[in-house]
Write a protein that binds this ligand. Structure first.
Ligand SMILES: Nc1nc2c(ncn2[C@@H]2O[C@H](COP(=O)(O)OP(=O)(O)OP(=O)(O)O)[C@@H](O)[C@H]2O)c(=O)[nH]1
Ligand SMILES: [Mg+2]
Length: 274
């Protein structure tokens, strides 16, 4: 898996008129990068926050996130690039952002947020290669230029891991699950998070009623018949990789509610006043 360096990102932003920061609608704040936003601001480029994978959250939740970003002074749109939903709104937002033609658009953001899929959706044809799992064939390895219609060019880039972003997201998006040295700890964290935000997530994905993450991994391994050859014990590493894959493919389904973010922000503002 090749991740873009901050130098590449700065180079990319410099070349662009408009920068799209693609975030995952399931956790927009955990998959955004303040550092990227600051680079865009410092270079005087227009930033549009694209809340992608909106098909995985209720519409009113997508509306709330959009409003939260707008209240911060950003332009934000939500879309479901894979379902080709919201592409018109995005195209309009890009054209409104600058008057120059043709417009050069840099598409950036966390790994696996759907950057290449956004470009495909705008292109209307399969142009940028996408991949279901980080690092599997089709992942973006270098910056590529695509022409969209007559007046737009898009620069596709590999994902960048923001230093200040969510640590769990960074680990599970940075490498394909097969290449993780320890898949168990991130899978346990992921299961905890899933159960916290959607108590039915594990039942829905696996038909397992257990709430202890380690036991869940064991039950998944037993159900699939994954056992260590030497000891015959359930192969929880294989189960852990599967859980991470299932999050990427949205079979393990949950999302962070905007209310939680607003509450945290309120608490930190109050603390600052004390
Ligand atoms: N449910 C859902 N899945 C999506 C959507 N857009 C993209 N995906 C899926 O997310 C995964 C990653 O998509 P990509 O477009 O390859 O993501 P990327 O940001 O270009 O990834 P890198 O270039 O490797 O960083 C793929 O499995 C896509 O099918 C969407 O709107 N909804
Ligand atoms: Mg890509």
């Amino acid at each position: 898996m090749i991740l873009a360096s901050w130098r590449t990102i700065t180079w990319l932003v410099r070349r662009a008129d408009v920068v799209l920061e693609v975030v995952d609608a399931r956790d927009p704040m955990g998959t955004r990068s303040r550092r990227l936003e600051r680079i865009v601001e410092a270079l005087g480029r227009k930033l549009i926050i694209v809340i992608n994978k909106a098909d995985l959250i209720p519409r009113e939740v997508a509306e709330k996130w959009k409003k939260i970003f707008e209240d911060m002074g950003y332009t934000a749109v939500y879309m479901a690039a894979r379902e080709h939903m919201g592409t018109r709104k995005l195209r309009v937002a890009i054209k409104k952002a600058v008057e120059t033609r043709p417009i050069i658009v840099a598409v950036t953001g966390y790994p696996k947020t759907g950057k290449s899929t956004v470009i495909n959706a705008l292109k209307g044809k399969h142009a940028a290669s996408t991949s279901p799992i980080p690092g599997s064939p089709g992942y973006t390895t270098h910056v590529q230029l695509y022409r969209i219609g007559r007046s737009m060019y898009m620069l596709d880039s590999p994902g960048v891991i923001p230093v200040e972003g969510d640590r769990l997201e960074a680990v599970i998006r940075g490498k394909p699950p097969e290449q993780l040295r320890d898949p168990i700890n991130p899978a346990i964290e992921l299961l905890k998070r899933a159960l916290r935000y959607n108590p039915r997530a594990v039942i829905e994905a696996y038909g397992i009623r257990e709430t202890d993450p380690l036991r869940i991994l064991e039950e998944i391994a037993v159900k699939r018949g994954w056992r260590y050859k030497t000891t015959g014990e359930p192969n929880i590493e294989e189960a852990a990789r599967q859980v991470i894959r299932d999050y990427h493919e949205a079979k393990l389904n949950f999302y962070v509610p905007p209310e939680e973010y607003l509450e945290k922000r309120r608490a930190s503002v109050e603390e600052a006043w004390l």
